[in-house]
Design a protein around this ligand. Structure first.
Ligand SMILES: [Zn+2]
Length: 60
């Protein structure tokens, strides 16, 4: 089963994930130390994207 890394959006194999973080009772799989550090800095930013709306766009 594949899951999505909330930080980079990559599909990763559950067994090959760098690590699992638990945040507000949910588990999130991260592919690498860099994604882990990024996630921990601003978890809400990424969770909003995961929870939901695919229409969300990144504005510049
Ligand atoms: Zn990643």
């Amino acid at each position: 089963m594949h899951i999505v890394d909330p930080v980079c959006g990559k599909h990763i194999n559950r067994n090959k994930a760098h690590m699992v973080v638990t945040y507000e009772g949910n588990e999130y799989y991260l592919c690498c130390p860099l994604c882990q550090a990024t996630f921990e800095r601003e978890p809400e930013k990424f969770l909003r994207r995961v929870r939901g709306e695919r229409k969300v766009r990144i504005r510049r």
